[in-house]
Design a protein around this ligand. Structure first.
Ligand code: C2E
Ligand code: CA
Ligand code: CA
Length: 403
């Protein structure tokens, strides 16, 4: 195995010594130290090759850390980064986001003065390059491939439960489409929904997903399971004026009441024709379908939409939920979204509830519904009754422990 190369970049000689010593104590020696970005870049172009990990100080007089990151991208840096700074938490988090946007792995950030424990914790999570899996670029499919997949029935619906936080009761599911690809295995929507939107196939995709979801809702209904079924609606669906009649028609055919159907709307880009979308959403609402504003707080899913459209449900985006219990910035946004929904008399769903800490926050703050891996991952319809039994047992213990 080749030795692991670690580079420390910091303009403060004392800090360089301190970090080198901590790393040596953790068994990482020798390390390369540089006190300015230019020297570090020269090191990297050196015959020994690029480091596997860089500890990067953000505040440096000549080339600051943010500028250095841009140079790393230009050098096609393939290693990991730990950001170190005396700046406040929000500044560090912004820098982390920026580095991630450049597709460079960030192990985490450390406030100065760095403690050996803090550094050890980050390194403990690190898989050096020889041990980590190579990143496979995601394949994007062509319109023809997708058209054929829709025609051949290769799209399948997965369902993820939404549960009431106060009682643990499962009140609904969100339908999430998957492509069971004959060669590539399970393909996720981020690899083909955009293609469908760009090539006029989203109408067909939505029809298939909705038809399947409504048929499934009917099956559950007949088995005594009352579950509201949500489906994701693209902004492009809201450009064709016959959409409300189309949805209503399918619901009647399936024998499912509109009150049991939730349409989750995300606006990933600006609407071309706002009037069409407003007309369509108003008519769906008049027909008693439930409208949900998805990914609230991101993109264009914002206050303006809340003002203009009579949504019944607000879904707080997962980026404001997971970890909000420990992060003041996220917590402020989570609280604000919750409060807004309350004042407008809407039901609130928190997405991305991944662990017990997230779940406890929802309980403490009185959020209505939870959705996320802590409750359940999206699953095929056939797995739902089994999940329901396990979940109910889990909840009985949970509530018994509290009362
Ligand atoms: P979304 O509507 O925000 O759906 C939630 C996504 O978060 C799903 O990803 C789900 O699997 C994932 N998720 C659920 N719980 C957790 C959690 O605890 N942590 C994390 N990190 N993620 C969680 P998925 O299934 O890959 O779907 C991605 C997006 O694709 C959806 O985001 C939705 O915008 C879109 N999409 C899915 N199905 C359809 C569809 O039938 N039609 C349209 N137009 N878009 C769809
Ligand atoms: Ca959704
Ligand atoms: Ca969402």
């Amino acid at each position: 195995m080749t030795a692991i190369r670690i580079l420390i970049l910091d303009d403060d000689p004392f800090e360089l010594k301190l970090l080198s010593r901590v790393l040596a104590n953790l068994g990482f020696a020798p390390v390369i130290t540089c006190d300015n970005g230019r020297a570090a870049l020269e090191q990297m172009d050196h015959a020994d090759g690029s480091p596997d990990l860089i500890l990067l100080d953000l505040n440096m007089p000549e080339m600051d850390g943010v500028e250095f990151v841009r140079k790393l991208v230009e050098h096609h840096y393939a290693g990991s980064l730990i950001l170190v700074s005396g700046e406040d938490e929000r500044m560090l988090q912004t820098a982390v986001k920026l580095v991630q946007a450049h597709k460079i792995q960030v192990l985490g950030h450390l406030h100065k003065p760095v403690t050996p424990e803090g550094l050890a914790a980050l390194l403990g999570k690190w898989l050096p390059p020889s041990q980590s899996k190579p990143q496979v670029a995601k394949k994007i499919y062509s319109a023809d491939e997708l058209r054929a997949a829709i025609a051949n029935g290769e799209l399948v619906n997965y369902y993820q439960p939404k549960v009431a936080v106060a009682t643990g009761r499962a009140v609904g599911v969100e339908t999430l489409v998957r492509w069971r690809h004959p060669q590539d295995g399970m393909v996720f929507p981020d690899q083909f929904v955009g293609v469908a939107e760009a090539h006029g196939l989203i109408g067909d995709l939505t029809r298939v997903v909705l038809t399947g979801a409504l048929a499934q809702a009917k099956v559950w209904q007949e088995a005594g399971l009352t579950l509201r079924v949500a489906i994701n609606v693209s902004m492009d669906n809201l450009a064709s004026l016959d959409f409300p009649d189309f949805v209503a028609g399918l619901a009647v055919e399936a024998g499912v009441a509109p009150q049991q159907v939730v349409l989750e709307v995300t606006e990933s880009r600006l609407m071309r024709d706002t009037r069409a979308a407003l007309e369509i959403l108003s008519r769906l609402r008049l027909k008693r379908f439930h409208l949900s504003i998805d990914d609230f707080g991101t993109g264009h899913s914002s206050l303006a939409q809340l003002r203009d459209i009579p949504f019944d449900e607000l879904k707080i985006d997962q980026s404001f939920v997971h970890g909000a219990w420990a992060n003041e910035t996220l917590r402020a946004m989570y609280d604000a979204s919750l409060g807004l929904a309350r004042q407008l008399g809407m039901e609130v769903v928190a997405e991305g509830v991944e662990d017990r800490d997230d779940w406890e926050l929802l309980r403490r703050t009185g959020c209505d519904l939870a959705q996320g891996y802590f409750v359940a991952k999206p699953m095929p319809a056939a797995d739902l009754p089994g999940w329901m039994q396990t979940w109910q047992a889990r909840m009985r213990n949970e509530f018994a422990a509290i009362s």
